[in-house]
Design a protein. Structure first.
Length: 121
């Protein structure tokens, strides 16, 4: 499995994972500081060089010019050349999003019940 360490672009992890899922035959799993690409099938070949290219393309598309993308075995490291961390400003819509599946609701009580359901199965 290939992992993408993206500690410096934490706010962009969901968007990067979505982009990679469209481009590669893999399921991206978002973890605390990285994204792990799990192949869809045993026969699915995922090239580290392809992932490297897609990550660079994604950053260019998002107009992020101060990041360096490097490869270390099966790990891709994304780090900023400046001291800042890349942050995305999103409007506060008042909606709550499930960290497990992405379900969205404006009601805290409904979200609490929904999240508990994930732990039953």
């Amino acid at each position: 499995m290939i992992s993408i360490e993206c500690r410096d672009i934490n706010d962009l992890k969901p968007e990067l994972a979505g982009y990679l899922s469209e481009k590669l035959p893999a399921v991206p799993v978002i973890r605390t500081n990285d994204i792990v690409l799990d192949p869809l099938t045993k026969d699915a070949e995922i090239s580290v060089n392809d992932v490297h290219t897609y990550v660079k393309t994604f950053l260019e598309r998002e107009n992020i010019n101060d990041c360096v993308v490097s490869v270390d075995g099966d790990k891709i490291l994304v780090s900023t050349t400046s001291e800042r961390r890349v942050q995305v400003k999103r409007p506060d819509s008042g909606l709550l999003e499930c960290p497990h599946c992405g379900m969205v609701t404006p009601y805290k009580e409904e979200m609490d019940v929904h999240i508990r359901i994930h732990y039953f199965f």
